[in-house]
Design a protein around this ligand. Structure first.
Ligand code: ADP
Ligand code: MG
Length: 456
């Protein structure tokens, strides 16, 4: 396997566990410079990205490389010019994942560096259903009355349900109407990194002043600033500056402001001060309509029974609907024939059971603990405090559902508790999942954390 092929495989895996915006931010213009018997040298475009890959993604990149090259022990990152242009290697596409990768790399060139917006997202390509109609209507409404109607607009909902699509549509629409508007889109994670870098380099005031000149600022996945005090401080001051001038702010998160742990009260109340709209999971009709829009976009055709099958089997996440379509399209391209329902069933089974979706007990525990803003040790301890009892039961339930540990093994992992305690907890949470709307929502969000975890 050549270095390019190896890196492409790694990128393919990373892409599955990250949002597109994040994936492009951290992985564009990276490549393997060299490989010896035990280590790999990865070229990255700048120091900012180097640091993030080292600190946040190294373990996952290493795991992914070692799946293919088990002898590798270490990855080093250097700032430099990438030796290979990934785009050129794509013509040799042989793996189905290339199709998805190609989508991502094409995205790259669609991103306008001045606004950070991706042109492909628009209101026209956004399918409206009962799950997202309020969020969509509010988004469209603010484009007609920027800064004066709902400010901020706060959109929340689970992973892959169309938050980023809406944010970017707002930005693109504003630019299409007023091409001189100062519009900027940024994932909160990237903003955080950028702020910290500026603090270090002593040009934070300059950065703040740049942000304060915007007409429209969109911060995506703002839950990432939980617990980051310095970042929250600066965002607070940028927020006030813009808000005071009636400049529009749009935020997205996986949950409402009041459920973001370790968010400063003053920022929470700012986030709640405009309009809050949620996006839920699409119903069957909406899923089918989304599939139809996507295949029309791709100039691709699939029979209705196949679309129905996909819409029936993938329910929770629009990104997965698209992922499934990409795989099917890749399959039919590689084998150069239309696919039937039987092949589709096969492709989807593999897709839905891919190893990236599997998890481990520490990941489950960490995801539960992080979600409730307690420590994993609290889950294990013998405490009966209210704040830890339910999270502990949720942990037991999710360990059972997501890792296939036995009841006694789960008891062991959680501080040597009896298996009957575990059974009781699992039953209780299972009932709650069916009847208690807020617990149900919590479980969805925790599961997303588990699936998206970078610490696998
Ligand atoms: P989120 O930001 O909520 O995680 P995204 O906006 O990235 O989700 O959406 C994931 C994918 O699903 C994107 O490719 C997006 O275009 C698509 N998508 C989500 N909702 C819709 C919708 N209602 N209509 C069309 N495409 C959608
Ligand atoms: Mg998003």
């Amino acid at each position: 396997m050549s270095n390019e092929e190896l890196w492409k495989a790694v990128l393919g895996e990373m892409e599955l566990s990250l949002s597109r915006a994040n994936f492009t931010t951290w992985f564009k213009s990276t490549s393997i410079l060299s490989k010896d018997s035990q280590s790999i040298l990865v070229s990255v475009p700048n120091g900012f990205i180097k640091e993030w890959l080292e600190n946040k993604f190294n373990k996952k990149i290493l795991d992914s490389i070692r799946n293919l090259s088990p002898e590798i022990r270490e990855i080093k990152y250097v700032i430099g010019v990438p030796k290979v242009d990934l785009k050129q290697t794509l013509s040799k596409a042989i793996l189905d994942r290339d199709i998805e990768e190609r989508t991502v790399l094409e995205l790259d060139k669609d991103i306008d560096p001045a606004t950070n917006l991706n042109k492909k997202y628009s209101f026209e390509s956004y399918v409206v259903g009962s799950n997202n109609e309020l969020a969509q209507a509010a988004s469209l409404a603010i484009t007609k009355n920027l800064g004066k109607l709902y400010n901020p607009l706060f959109i929340y909902g689970g992973v892959g349900l169309g938050k980023t699509h809406l944010l970017e549509s707002i930005g693109n629409k504003i630019l299409s109407m007023h091409k001189d508007s100062k519009v900027f889109y940024t994932p909160a994670e990237r903003l955080t990194a950028e702020l910290l870098e500026s603090i270090r380099n002593g040009n934070i005031e300059q950065l703040k002043s740049n942000y304060s000149k915007l007409d429209l600022l969109m911060i995506d996945d703002v839950q990432f600033i939980a617990g980051k005090e310095k970042t929250q401080d600066i965002i607070f001051s940028i927020f006030n500056e813009l808000h005071g001038k009636n400049k529009q702010i749009v935020l997205s998160s996986d949950r409402p402001p009041k459920a973001i742990p370790a968010l400063e009260e003053r920022l929470r109340s700012r986030f709640e001060g405009g309009m809050i709209a949620d996006i839920g999971t699409p119903d069957f009709e909406t899923r089918l309509a989304i599939l139809k829009t996507k295949i029309a976009d791709k100039n691709y055709d699939l029979d209705n029974d196949i679309l129905t099958y996909i819409a029936t089997n993938i329910q929770k996440n629009v990104r997965e609907l698209e992922g499934a379509l990409n795989r099917i399209a890749a399959f039919s391209q590689i084998y150069n024939k239309p696919v039937g329902l039987k092949e589709v069933k096969n492709i989807l089974t593999t897709y839905l059971n891919s190893p990236y979706r599997k998890t481990s007990p520490p990941v489950v525990l960490k995801s539960v603990a992080d979600f409730y803003n307690i420590s994993a040790a609290d889950l294990v301890k013998r405490s009966r405090k209210k704040e830890v009892v339910q999270p502990r039961q949720v942990a037991m339930f999710l360990l059972r559902e997501e890792t296939k540990l036995s009841f006694p093994e789960i008891g062991q992992k959680l501080g040597g508790r009896d298996h009957s305690t575990v059974i009781h907890a699992c039953e209780k949470i299972k009932q709650g999942e069916a009847g208690d709307e807020s617990l149900k929502q919590e479980l969805i969000l925790i599961r997303e954390r588990i699936y998206n975890s970078l610490d696998k």
